[in-house]
Design a protein around this ligand. Structure first.
Ligand SMILES: Nc1ncnc2c1ncn2[C@@H]1O[C@H](COP(=O)(O)OP(=O)(O)OP(=O)(O)O)[C@@H](O)[C@H]1O
Ligand SMILES: [Mg+2]
Length: 366
């Protein structure tokens, strides 16, 4: 699928911009602070109903403007969809093909995007929380029902943690009554995650092989309360039993620390380059390529699930890759995926496409 046109009104530093894009490559160039990332943010907003920069809709309003409005025409294999999004300072308004929509589930799924920016380096470097969030988001985008399981688990976890705050005074019977439910949901999450990771591992491996010109092997492993290989052999019932057993073992520690020390909320995704832990040993450039491989694996996931590739938004990525990796990336995308690339200077070749020059909130097609 691809975004054919977009209209921005009062969005960030744009008063009004109307653009028509190329179905493959779109290069958005200009100096710093002119509005390149803001344009990608608007495109991403039409897809995810939220900004990829963590922030409220209010921040997206052009200084002092009473509303913003975005509209995009998306061309899919068999249909064209018009997506419109507005915000008046209080309420979000959504329209799909002119019809107002209330539910997020009706808005999502009309236009898929994958976004990559230099901050994604954190996926390799930062704490496990970042990788868990990435994994959860990835899974929710492809299996929206996974969101309910996560929410239910976190509710029970919160209740249990509240009890544990009582320390050694906690009623053991009440505590135990939460554990059954917690273990049930934890097992469901483990089961989903392990199956998802198995598929993802293959895609990430292939992607990284390609980007590194067959030089590096990237592998992922799930780090939890049991070794991954053991967990993979277990069904949900076995996982639940093992989880309950472990919970009993660590209960004295939990009462001392006054929080739940076990579960999907504490696990990690380990990344290995040629068998070595990337967090400790990978170079900056390798980390960047790993993060890119993780994100780009989403392209083929979405294609498998929906029959179409999403649009790819690459913010400031090119200048950070060496020539060989840059070429591999462009070669991989060429022709298959609509791509939006922001850059301060065009120092790479691309075959088909359009170029847009951005200056102080106005965009000129070159
Ligand atoms: N709500 C807003 N209203 C008006 N201007 C805004 C708003 N939010 C951000 N800006 C301004 O938009 C400008 C451009 O931001 P943007 O992040 O798109 O720059 P950029 O072209 O990607 O630059 P860089 O090359 O540094 O990444 C910034 O100067 C910022 O102050
Ligand atoms: Mg930028």
């Amino acid at each position: 699928m691809y975004l054919e046109t977009v209209l921005l009104r009062n969005f960030r530093n744009y008063q009004e911009a109307k653009l028509s894009f190329h179905a493959q490559n779109n290069i958005i160039y200009g100096a710093n602070a002119e509005g390149k990332s803001n344009l990608l943010e608007a495109i991403g907003y039409l897809s995810l109903a939220t900004s990829f920069r963590d922030g409220s809709d209010r921040q997206l309003l052009r200084w002092d403007a009473p509303f913003f409005y975005l509209q995009g025409n998306v061309i899919g294999k068999n249909k064209m969809t018009q997506i419109a999004a507005g915000f008046d300072g209080k309420k979000k308004i959504w329209k799909i093909d002119g019809q107002a929509k209330r539910k997020l589930s009706e808005v999502l799924g009309n236009f898929y995007t994958v976004f990559f920016c230099p901050d994604d380096l954190q996926l390799v470097k930062a704490s496990p929380q970042i990788r868990r969030r990435f994994l959860n988001r990835e899974m929710v985008q492809l299996q929206p029902s996974f969101c309910h399981i996560l929410n239910r688990y976190h509710k029970v976890l919160q209740q249990r943690n509240r009890l544990l705050m009582q320390g050694f005074a906690v009623d053991q019977m009440v505590l135990a009554s939460f554990e059954e439910q917690l273990a049930e949901l934890a097992a469901e999450i483990y089961d989903h995650r392990l199956r998802f990771l198995q598929r993802m591992n293959e895609k990430v491996y292939e992607m990284h092989m390609h980007l590194s010109k067959e030089k590096e092997q990237l592998q992922m492993a799930y780090s939890s309360f049991l070794p991954q290989d053991q967990m993979k052999q277990m069904d949900q019932q076995d996982l639940k039993k093992a989880f309950l057993k472990k919970l009993k073992e660590i209960r004295p520690q939990e009462m001392k620390r006054q929080t739940t020390l076990l579960g999907p909320q504490r696990d990690d995704l380990l990344l290995f380059i040629d068998g070595k832990n990337a967090k400790q040993f990978a170079s900056q450039g390798q980390m960047r390529t790993i993060a890119l491989s993780l994100k780009l694996s989403e392209l083929s996931f979405i294609e498998e699930e929906t029959g179409e590739y999403p649009a790819l938004l690459l913010d400031d990525v090119m200048s950070e890759l060496d020539l060989s990796r840059r070429e591999q990336l462009l070669h991989l995308l060429d022709g298959k995926v609509q791509t939006f690339i922001t850059t301060t200077d065009i120092n790479f070749q691309f075959v088909r496409g359009k170029q847009f020059f951005v200056e102080n909130g106005s965009i000129i097609e070159k």
